[in-house]
Design a protein around this ligand. Structure first.
Ligand code: AVJ
Length: 322
């Protein structure tokens, strides 16, 4: 068993997180058009709703990416140097990383996520199932610079960024993130990264407008969270979920639309809504293989392999840091 001390234990983190949420929510709801960052979807309830989304018949990305990782496991393993450290940017369910760990000879796994509690739970499960794997969780915001645990500094490094989380970034932010990942992992590092693909608009639309209404609840949950954590008084029945595909910008947009003229109070501030006014809560960018490769190239990486499923719904790329 591994007894490495996780790099957690900052008692001030939860407060800091709440005040960052407060600051961002007040700032972003003061903008025209109003917006909220999708990173605030993922409290405990939001994470559960997202897990439910990944099992919906309409939401193809998760199962398609898992299929690619499973089918291409041997090819992926063949480009992983022996004794490498796998660094995952953001750590959700361990299903995907387990596929990599089962097939490749990784010596260490470094999940990086803002939620320390979640990381610890995850780490103990992996330590139990992979007794030879050293697990070094890092509690940090993976979009900013963070230090790798000293134990992995000398190992070959492989980044892992599945789920098309990169799709939440604006193109310039995606580039900044990839450059930062390159600086953290170093020249010659590899990265395995998932990106959702452009496709039939009906398929995209349905994936974010599921019949069971789970995506709507996921979207509205950010208002539930503001009410609970920031003392807001959003009336949930007065907002409705909207997701559309913006063809020019290659992205799904999620909005919460005010059903009527209303005011909402939060942290001593009053926000007015016109009927039909939107809070823009998420962008989910869809790539082509070519546009993804160009983004990587412009951000210090060279794509060496791009894998897709037979229906070309989703893509997984291997790339090398220049
Ligand atoms: C986790 C950002 C990849 O964009 O598809 C799912 C989030 N939003 N349904 C996505 C999400 C609505 C998801 N990502």
């Amino acid at each position: 068993m591994n007894v490495h001390a996780p790099a957690l234990a900052d008692a001030h983190l939860p407060d800091e997180q709440t005040s960052a949420f407060a600051r961002d929510a007040v700032d972003d709801l003061s903008l025209h058009p109003k917006r909220l960052s999708p990173k605030y979807f993922y409290d405990a309830a939001g994470s559960e709703l997202f897990e439910a989304i990944t099992k919906l018949p309409e939401y193809y990305p998760t199962r398609t990416e898992l299929g690619i990782l499973r089918d291409r496991g041997a090819e992926i393993a063949s480009i992983i140097p022996k004794g490498a450290a796998l660094i995952e940017f953001g750590a959700g369910a361990t299903t995907k990383v387990r596929l990599l760990l089962e097939k490749s000879a990784f010596a260490a796994y470094v999940p990086v996520d803002i939620s320390g509690e979640f990381l610890n739970a995850q780490a103990s499960g992996l330590r139990r199932d992979f007794p030879d794997l050293a697990v070094y969780p890092v509690a940090a915001d993976f979009t900013a610079a963070f230090a790798l645990p000293t134990q992995v500094v000398r190992r070959p490094k492989v980044g892992f960024f599945p789920g098309s989380t990169i799709g939440n970034f604006e193109p310039h932010e995606a580039s900044t993130f990839l450059r930062s990942a390159r600086d953290i992992l170093g020249r010659g590092a590899q990265m395995i990264i998932g990106a959702d693909l452009e496709k039939d608009e009906r398929v995209l639309y349905d994936a974010y407008n599921d019949a069971a209404g789970v995506t709507a609840r996921f979207n509205l949950n950010v208002l539930v969270r503001i009410n609970r954590e920031l003392g807001g008084n959003f009336d949930l029945s007065a907002f409705t979920h909207r997701a559309i595909y913006n063809r020019e910008r290659h992205r799904i947009e999620m909005h919460l639309i005010s059903r009527k003229k209303q005011t909402v109070r939060m942290l001593g501030t009053t926000f007015s809504f016109r009927p039909g006014e939107s809070i823009h809560t998420e962008n989910s960018y869809k790539y082509s293989i070519e546009r993804f490769a160009a983004l990587a190239r412009d951000s210090g990486w060279t794509v060496s392999e791009s894998w897709t499923d037979a229906a070309r719904m989703f893509s997984v790329h291997a790339m090398t840091a220049e």
